[in-house]
Design a protein around this ligand. Structure first.
Ligand code: HEM
Length: 457
């Protein structure tokens, strides 16, 4: 077999000087980076041009800006994923044009709603595994890191439902490796420039090592025991494309990178949403109780069945509200290919354009009392009144998330099942601070204690 090992030289790093994350670090490493961006957005009427030595980054924050970049003139704004190569390789999330379409087409059927019923038992199986672990945690009373808990659940769901495999790797270890890379604020290069060393600094060597471990994950999945030899799984679709002699671009490396993409894009985002929703529900016990009542009224005491998932409407609204308040992908980054004009601002070829989802989601122009947790804003009635492109957790246009609908099913099931048995209680000190890197994560994590429902309900 051809050795496909890739060694990631430090120059690929997210924290490297040429990376957009490095350049924005003076803004993003603030105590409350999102408040800073919101204030700047107000001051500059929604467009914040950041002029640097040899390039310009333009931060955008109005629905019409998102419409221009993601939909109307989408072909002019190509993907920017340079610092993320070690995470995503050359997978479809990173590429554009005809090749992107060609790579996406054979995988698209795995995300057709008709497939979700097939995935349902596997999702439930993963949740049962998590419940068994939480039984133990409820007995020991130990404090756990919630993002790590939900990350391991989401990774198990991807492996079982989409790849037809048991999760062969230790997800806690892999989670740490990925964080070593994506928590750019801890990278030594950025810390040296900006921040006092409150956390342990991560060196280039640590980063390269972590990414080598990550690169080995897909092969370990392919080599692990097949669960049920299902004929139509995402992994089969990827393998078929890689074996298709008429599709030379989709080689073994492409297959590995597609898997890495799912193991990150389908895991990190889903996990953050579930973790943030448990945080919000810990602050809003009345909402947690409504979820319990909803599942009781739909399913009684038994587990949900597939045809009942759509009836768990309040639970789904909680998830949607969570993604409004804490959009996992808080910024959509593109590079302008040709000149354009957005809202009176000239955009030059080469400008990096950043659609700030977080600002859109928290603007008083589009949301009443935006800092309040109010799942009902996603009721059918109120949604009709919402400004188009003011809510973009999955982006918009042709490059919108392929797995958005699936993630909401995963998280709906996880929430109802976990909450009917447990009361997860946030035990951090005060409001978590935000870490705005590739995703919006809680700085220092979300510490929780898991209580059995009798004790905490
Ligand atoms: C709460 C959960 C999720 C959120 C918030 C989310 C968000 C997003 C966003 C914002 C994008 C567009 C990125 C950009 O334009 O730069 C995206 C793309 C993508 N997502 Fe998701 N995602 C979620 C779950 C998933 C799941 C479950 C999967 C698959 C298992 C998935 C797979 C992908 C892929 C493959 C793309 C690239 C699509 C393309 O470029 O054609 N995502 N996601």
């Amino acid at each position: 077999m051809v050795d496909m090992t890739v060694t990631y030289a430090p120059s690929h790093g997210l924290g490297e000087e040429q990376s957009i994350w490095f350049k924005l670090s003076p803004l993003l490493a603030q105590e409350n980076p999102m408040q800073v961006l919101m204030r700047l957005s107000d001051k500059y009427n929604g467009i914040i041009p950041v002029n640097l030595k040899n390039q310009r980054i333009v931060l955008l924050s109005k629905p019409e800006h998102a419409q221009r970049v993601l939909v109307e003139n989408a072909d002019n704004y190509t993907k920017y994923f340079d610092g993320l190569r070690p995470i995503f390789g050359k997978s479809m999330i990173t590429i554009d044009g005809a090749l992107w379409q060609k790579v996406r087409t054979p995988q698209q059927p795995a995300f057709h709603p008709a497939m979700f019923e097939q995935y349902f038992p596997y999702l439930m199986d993963s949740i049962r595994g998590k419940m068994a672990r939480w039984e133990e945690l409820a007995k020991s009373g130990e404090t756990v890191e919630m993002v790590e808990e939900t990350w391991t659940l989401a990774a198990d769901m991807v492996c079982k439902a989409l790849f037809d495999r048991e999760m062969p790797f230790n997800p806690h270890f892999i989670f740490q490796q990925v964080k070593t890379y994506t928590d750019v604020g801890n990278h030594k290069s950025i810390r040296l420039h900006k921040v006092n060393g409150e956390l342990e600094e991560i060196t280039q060597g640590d980063v390269a090592k972590a990414m080598e471990v990550w690169d080995g994950v897909p092969d370990s999945v392919i080599g692990s025991g097949i669960l049920e030899h299902r004929e139509k799984t995402l992994l089969r679709m990827i393998e078929d494309a890689a074996n298709d002699p008429d599709f030379p671009e989709f080689d073994h490396r492409q297959a590995i990178d597609e898997m890495k993409q799912y193991l990150w894009a389908g895991t990190e985002t889903t996990a953050l949403t579930l973790a943030w929703s448990l945080y919000l529900l810990s602050l809003h016990p009345e909402s947690r109780e409504r979820i319990r009542e909803e599942v009781r009224s739909v399913c009684g005491e038994r587990d949900p069945e597939w045809n009942e998932v759509n009836q768990l409407t309040y639970t789904r609204m909680v998830i949607q509200e969570t993604m409004r308040m804490f959009p996992p992908v808080w910024a959509l980054i593109r590079i302008a290919q040709e000149e354009d004009e957005i809202d009176g601002q000239k955009i030059n070829p080469g400008d990096k354009v950043v659609v700030c989802t977080y600002i859109l989601h928290h603007s008083e122009k589009y949301w009443t009392n935006p800092e309040a947790f109010d799942p009902e804003r996603f009721s059918r009635e109120r949604m009709k009144k919402r400004a188009k492109y003011s809510y973009l957790p999955f982006a918009a246009g042709k490059r919108a998330c392929i797995g958005g609908a699936l993630s909401q099913i995963e998280n709906t099931l996880a929430l109802v099942q976990l909450l009917r048995r447990f009361t997860p209680e946030y035990v951090g000190e005060g409001q978590p601070r935000l870490n705005a890197t590739v995703t919006l994560t809680p700085r220092g994590g979300l510490p929780f204690r898991i209580k059995p429902i009798e004790a905490g309900a």
